[in-house]
Design a protein around this ligand. Sequence first.
Ligand SMILES: [Zn+2]
Ligand SMILES: [Zn+2]
Length: 241
Amino acid sequence: MVDAYEAVDRLRGGLIPVPATPQLGVCDFCRNGAGEGYTRCYQCNKSRQLEPPNVLPITMEVLGSLIHDHLRNYKDSKNELVRQWMGSRLAALLALFLDRHRSCVGDWDLVTCVPSVKRVALEPIVRSVPELARGYRQVLRERPGRPSHQPSVEHFAVTYPVSGKRVLLLDDTFTTGAALFSSTAAIRQEGGLVIGPVVIGRYVDPRWPPSEALLQWLCNETWQDDRCARCHGARPEGRLI
Ligand SMILES: [Zn+2]
Ligand SMILES: [Zn+2]
């Protein structure tokens, strides 16, 4: 764990705490701003027939932040060395988070990632974390030719038996949730229980007014490795729910 701490320390200044739920103004499912007085955001409300899972992000992510830079460049940088060292920091963050919050995440039988047509970019990172590598299986494949912007149980094919299994679902970035919600629905339809789902960054666009208010609050808070959204997530003083 000593190496993991050193690697995470390089990211720490760019990490933003994730708000706890339930609380007014925060979406119960995706942790984005829900608007004053609401506990479900517009996007998740549109997907409610799929019963979105309660997503567990490690950090909030905004454009221009250090973690945003890592989550883009670990897969897209033209420089292989940059991809490697950014990937190793993200692996360290994932390992540290799971070590600290294993009971918040829950137990699992299998580990898998949300795929895309081209590649599963997060897979090498997941495989580099010993606790995750043991149970890793590619469970989902994207069906070609289907639009990806709307979540659907049809979007992914389940290619590994998951019936009766607890499947830890991981992704690098959560933006609209379409891929994660579709993955969850497909696993559930085949009789699997989705654990997590854990995402590294919950991408938030500050131009969306409910997100702007949320970020104004969270960016003044300090991310701590012994707090997650399920145990001691950020909550303003005096707020009851
Ligand atoms: Zn939401
Ligand atoms: Zn926790």
